[in-house]
Design a binder for this molecule. Structure first.
Ligand SMILES: [Zn+2]
Length: 83
């Protein structure tokens, strides 16, 4: 269960990193994270590029989804659901 939406995570992360949301989104994307880290918020900031995104989805994304076709991931309603 994700505590935040993707949008909320990206806003919080950008603020913590002293970036504007636009600066953050130009280089980074928030993706669901299934790592077992205690501090994990269910999201991870990943470099906005096919290699980094696919690597994250292969190794850290919770099920579902695992790998998705790059280019489609941003439009999936999955990321916006709260529960
Ligand atoms: Zn994590």
């Amino acid at each position: 269960m994700l505590k935040m939406t993707q949008d909320e995570f990206e806003r919080v992360f950008a603020e913590r990193s002293k970036m504007t949301l636009e600066e953050y989104r130009a280089h980074w994307i928030g993706l669901p994270c299934g790592c077992a880290d205690e501090s994990c918020e269910g999201w991870a900031s990943v470099r906005r590029g096919p290699d980094a995104i696919n690597e994250h989805l292969d190794f850290y994304a919770p099920d579902p989804p695992r790998r998705m076709v790059v280019g489609k991931f941003e439009n999936l309603g999955f990321f916006e659901k709260k529960s």
